[in-house]
Design a protein around this ligand. Sequence first.
Ligand code: AMP
Ligand code: ZN
Length: 114
Amino acid sequence: MSRDCLFCRIAAHDLDGDIVFESEDVLAFRDINPQAPTHILVIPREHIPSAHEVSSAHAGVLAQMYALTSKLADDEGLSEGYRLVSNVGPAAGESVPHLHMHLMGGRTMTWPPG
Ligand code: AMP
Ligand code: ZN
């Protein structure tokens, strides 16, 4: 838990978040500035700054994050497909340095992203 980290503080219920799922290891909450009808952020409780710092020691929590995105996609009715995105570092647009996966769906996605 990093006191300076927005997502650590949401995970600790120190700041409000629209939390849709939480367990001992992972958390999901709705993005405050949604870019699609469904836009949920899935994070590990552990403060991992970005995907670049992920190691094999994180295998378990990463699997939990992917399993959770599948469950949430089902819950949200995204049977036509959805997008999972992790921005890594400032050039890719990472604005909160705590690993998070964007789950976006409910509209057609274009490729390549901007
Ligand atoms: P990224 O730019 O990839 O680091 O994604 C960070 C995301 O966090 C952005 O989509 C923001 O809209 C979202 N965000 C920022 N503050 C909050 C908050 N307090 N609650 C929920 N989502 C947030
Ligand atoms: Zn954090």
